[in-house]
Design a protein around this ligand. Sequence first.
Ligand code: GCO
Length: 444
Amino acid sequence: MTELLQFPAGFAWGAATAAYQIEGAVHEDGRGPSIWDTFAHAPGATLNGDTGDVACDHYHRWPQDIALMRELGLQAYRFSIAWPRILPGGRGQVNVAGLDFYDRLVDGLLAAGIDPYVTLYHWDLPQPLQEQGGWLNRDTSKAFADYAQVVAARLGDRVHHWITHNEPLVVAYFGHWMGFHPPGRHDPAAATQAAHHLLLSHGLALPALRAAGDSQTQVGITLVLQPVYPASSSEADLAVARREEIIWLKWFMDPLFKGAYPLEEMEAHGLPQPTIEAGDMERISQPTDFLGVNYYTRIIARGSTNSGDIEEQDEHTTMGWEVFPDGLRVLLERVQHDYAPKAVYITENGAAFQDTLREDGTVEDERRRRYLQQHFGAAHQAIQAGVPLRGYFVWSLLDNFEWTFGYSQRFGIVYTDYATQQRHIKKSGYFYRDVIARNGVPRG
Ligand code: GCO
């Protein structure tokens, strides 16, 4: 018999999604437009012009989706709330029908014995706030805290895990510097300023979330982190590695956990200093209960084309990402050593591969199954090494709208047939069900 790597008692096994990627129903029950509606509808912005207008139609099919989660044995479910459903104008008038939707969802999850982990911002800023400057406007941070307060006042008696932001790096860097996410800017100074306001909004929301909860309430933030491996010990590779570490680790972790940006290093690597007001860094670095980590792959830093003692692994996902499970262990140990968060959750990990739905309704996604098994194994090693890892959320429950890649990338452990909206549990989903049932993973 293969050996089973046993996880600690109480470890939370779940799956994750995000509002714009699954809900659809973008014009229903008073929802206002978000920057992703606007962006996805702009010609050429997404592959095949795909949008989240219908997505997985989860807004209507949520009871069925909860039944699926039950079938998988999920203990926890991470989803995000669409700010424009709650406050269509971004601030001011509350849309009660929007709150009602999430209220029903939370009750449905609890009735199924599934613990809700709620993300407040998974990139869908209300469009009216963008028109007032979006994350470049300091007032947006205040609007976010007010929004957090409205949601927590309604759900805080039943939701005990709150995540303020999902991957603020992506909002700042992809949205304001690389330009391939909304609002499509190409300005490094805008990126660092937006990042600062995102972090500030996290700090402003924390007291509101705590005030609406009780002693069980846990509050955190989710970052996408990638460990950086210099391709060799050449000065050129090390220089690139230093810059990548600033972007993918220190830019957000230092202010959150040390109360200061690494400003000199940032400037030296082309990240301009943002405008910071008195008290901001104290707000940003208030203690949190956990850190959410999204891990997909590593970065190999190369200063020149021919450099490199390190070779990429052969296995890649359809996103083009190298499959590198040990990077998860290395990352978690590094984060613990340098920043010591009180607790850690993997809030996303998963892989896109080409899937085929067979006539009998099965999907033999052996590569995804193996990907998960290997990454669970790496997480287990990190726990052995002392990392306070408390739970694991597979990205994603369902195949869904993968941002600029539209529907071309399937990350689900459940297959979505977009033509019929039928769901089919994949082989990886059944594998996950067994892992959860045994609270253990067969050694890979
Ligand atoms: C992210 C987002 C998800 C993505 C996933 C796969 O982390 O980028 O949280 O929305 O779909 O990461 O790219």
